[in-house]
Design a protein around this ligand. Structure first.
Ligand code: BG6
Length: 359
């Protein structure tokens, strides 16, 4: 039932604040005391390897950044179809992420891995093939996702995943419980931030999309914790609009991607308040590129209004280890709007399936 929404993607984008609030209500009291992790019954780990594809891989990058920066745990993010080219050391926990739990590349990757690595599944389908194969399962609790392009399942994967790793870091003594409480308190403001981001984006995105819709290709830039969101923004444009969209770390721009920037080339910058993004923005503008900043206070499509007395982890003070989660809302809305203005079906893009069960 679409209710007042024009399509499932719009509905599922809108559902995100509610999904996050629901997830946090389930896991909040079990995060800072380590009990989420203890309840999984998995052995301790020294390294983490995330295995996933597409949007789930981007969620995995956010989770890997979190465990690395908060706990100093070495992490790998592995594209599922490339798993045979990586070597996982002893003590590695495999975190396999898949909305559907049926993506063949992910299931095959697990078959190829050495059995001694415990597997934790993060999925929206707890009775899926992935869940059956795993040693322990985390449920995303995103509810049914009908639109082919993942939206709310991404956000749910991020929130369930980062709270689970925070819990694991507390349980292993790598993170102080008081720090975990502060981090979870910051996440508790996410539903409100996402809703606010959606209101601003609804106002600004249609005109932005109209300005850039005839461009043959798009560049998405980010840095550090902002990078998975830039990659996700680019993937959404590719999947929905059938346009080239490349994501690049902002610092890599000068090593190649800048050559793609010409008069009017749209360059979407995920701005999480890192001043080093400014030099990339200046380089793009010097070549005539059309810069769209998304996220930070004062950007073209802000995802956060920073109160003058902010004492939390809001951008511009210190960046949360999971980066600018709320920035995904304007990125999803931009991709959807672009696709609609180009006459594409946002719920059923051609050649795309809800889950790819072939390899
Ligand atoms: C792709 C879909 O083929 O599979 C992507 O088009 C999706 O949108 C990816 O992110 C992974 O799917 P899943 O179900 O494993 O998360």
């Amino acid at each position: 039932d679409l209710g007042a929404h024009p399509d499932h993607m719009a509905k599922e984008i809108d559902e995100q604040p509610g999904v996050v609030a629901d997830v946090l209500a389930r896991v909040r009291h079990r995060t800072a005391d380590g009990s989420t992790w203890v309840g999984l019954g998995l052995p301790p780990f020294d390294r983490l390897a995330v295995v996933a594809c597409g949007t789930s891989l981007h969620a995995g990058q956010v989770i890997a950044n979190t465990v690395r920066s908060l706990g100093g745990v070495p992490t790998d993010t592995v594209v599922a179809s490339e798993v045979e080219h990586v070597v996982l050391g002893p003590g590695t926990l495999v975190l396999a992420i898949s909305q559907s739990g049926e993506t063949a590349d992910v299931l095959r990757a697990l078959d190829r891995l050495d059995d001694r690595h415990p597997v934790l599944a993060l999925t929206n389908h707890v009775h899926s093939s992935l869940a059956r194969r795993a040693d322990a399962v985390l449920d995303c609790h995103a509810g049914p996702e009908v639109g082919v392009a993942a939206t709310k399942s991404f956000t749910a994967q991020v929130v369930v995943g980062v709270t689970a790793v925070v819990s694991a870091l507390v349980a292993s003594g790598r993170l102080e419980p008081s720090r975990a409480v502060a981090l979870v308190d910051d996440l508790a403001r996410l539903p409100e931030r996402m809703a606010a981001a959606a209101v601003v984006a609804a106002d600004r995105v249609p005109l932005l999309a109209a300005t850039v819709r005839d461009a043959p290709g798009f560049l998405f830039l980010g840095r550090g914790p902002g990078l998975p969101y830039a990659a996700e923004g680019a993937l959404k444009v590719k999947e929905l609009s059938y346009r080239w969209a490349e994501a690049s770390p902002a610092g890599e721009l000068k090593h190649g991607p800048l050559a793609l920037v010409d008069d009017g080339t749209p360059v979407v910058v995920v701005d999480h308040g890192d001043p080093r993004l400014q030099s990339a923005i200046a380089e793009v503008r010097a070549r005539g590129g059309f810069v769209v900043t998304i996220g930070g206070a004062g950007s073209d499509v802000p995802a956060v209004a920073r109160p003058a007395d902010a004492t939390d982890l809001a951008w511009g003070r210190s960046v949360a280890p999971w980066g600018p989660i709320e920035a995904v809302v304007p990125l999803q809305m931009l991709a959807r709007e672009l696709a609609l203005q180009l006459g594409c079906d946002v719920d059923k893009p051609h050649d795309r399936a809800r889950s790819v069960t072939v390899r």
